[in-house]
Design a protein around this ligand. Structure first.
Ligand SMILES: [Zn+2]
Ligand SMILES: [Zn+2]
Length: 280
């Protein structure tokens, strides 16, 4: 019996599970599939789980009935969150700063799709009771990227896409062709312009972007171990943070501006303190 318990996740052990032998028309809160026959139910919070899912439960027992309604976390506007920085962003970044920052290729290496989906379902099922301390950091990095990818309005709002790209153009040309002075800007001017554009973002977009850039800056502080420079992180994050969609929802502008988008993210990471101030 002890052997069985040791295979449960730490979060699973916080519940008062009883075996259910009857037919149940309830969803497993980890994988979101119906249980139908058997499974486990917590006497305190009423969380249901397949027995096979007990090893990956990440929702802690809240000691009171868990809301039956799911919280929409993915695909809702950034402005719909009550927090300055959405809890999911803080949660994933926080865990990566504890256990994931030394992993080679963190954020570049994708998570395992099936596990990533479970984490996303768990976030919707018990948003404020999540314990990610046993989750795989690569999976968490993927959850974070999925969150930004699913935003209806990208964190870098469409109206500021062109201003950002223009700064990158002026700055890139100044570093590669120093003689064409009329269209060039120095690094200081570039940072000042980026700061000005960032200040035009909606409040929650700005605070979340600031939080993320400070987090990525922390990741680059350990690039000797994780091999993720600001440029590498720029390559990973640019397509997720910059998204241009036309009226039909098709993405455009990504193909041609790729290098410029990457440069912007690289600069936002490297100069996060000057551009955003201290982390929110
Ligand atoms: Zn399950
Ligand atoms: Zn419970």
């Amino acid at each position: 019996r002890e052997k069985k318990v040791s295979r449960w996740s730490k979060s699973a052990l916080t519940h008062n599970f009883i075996r259910v032998y009857s037919y149940v028309f309830e969803r497993c809160r980890t994988c979101d599939a119906y249980i139908y026959l058997g499974g486990y139910r917590c006497e305190k919070c009423n969380l249901y789980s397949h027995s096979k899912c007990l090893k990956t439960v990440v929702i802690l027992c809240g000691q009171k009935p868990l809301s039956r309604r799911k919280t929409q976390v993915f695909g809702v506007p950034l402005t719909s969150f009550k927090e300055e920085v959405p809890f999911i962003v803080a949660k994933c970044c926080g865990e990566i700063e504890v256990r994931g920052f030394k992993i080679r290729g963190i954020y570049r290496v994708n998570g395992v799709v099936s596990r990533v989906k479970r984490l996303m379902k768990s976030l919707e099922n018990g948003p404020f009771l999540i314990d990610f301390s046993e989750a795989n950091p690569n999976d968490l990095s993927q959850v974070l990227k999925e969150f930004f990818r699913a935003l209806p309005q990208p964190i870098i709002t469409s109206d500021l896409y062109a201003p950002f790209i223009n700064v990158a153009k002026k700055y890139r040309y100044s570093s590669s062709e120093p003689l064409t002075q009329s269209t060039c800007i120095t690094q200081e001017e570039c940072i000042a312009e980026l700061k000005e554009i960032v200040n035009r973002l909606p409040a929650q977009h700005k605070s979340t972007l600031s939080f993320l850039m400070h987090h990525l800056r922390f990741i680059t502080d350990h690039q000797e171990q994780n091999e993720m420079s600001a440029k590498n992180l720029g390559i990973v994050f640019a397509p997720t943070l910059f998204r241009m969609k036309d009226v039909d929802g098709n993405c455009f502008g990504m193909l041609f501006d790729n290098a410029l988008q990457t440069l912007i993210i690289e600069l936002l990471i490297k100069h996060c303190f000057e551009i955003f101030g201290p982390p929110p």
